[in-house]
Write a protein that binds this ligand. Sequence first.
Ligand SMILES: [Zn+2]
Length: 89
Amino acid sequence: MSTLDSARAAARAWLACPTSGGPNPVWRTCFSTDGTDCPTGIAPVCPDEDHDPDDGSVYTCCADPVIEVGSAALADYLVALLNADRSAS
Ligand SMILES: [Zn+2]
């Protein structure tokens, strides 16, 4: 197993525990609780049909976890990476 495969498996095992968006959710950037004006967090796409997909806020309807990564650029990258990697074994 490659380093990437090992890291992916470990991260998925961790994400499967606290994630309420399903075992392999689609991710989005979000405005977390760090107080900045940029979406510096990542979270699963909210499963609530009343939550506008273009609304990057986090409400009680939203799936866990909300992960603050400290950078909008890093949040964009992690979401792209996680979503591109969803179908990888
Ligand atoms: Zn929501």
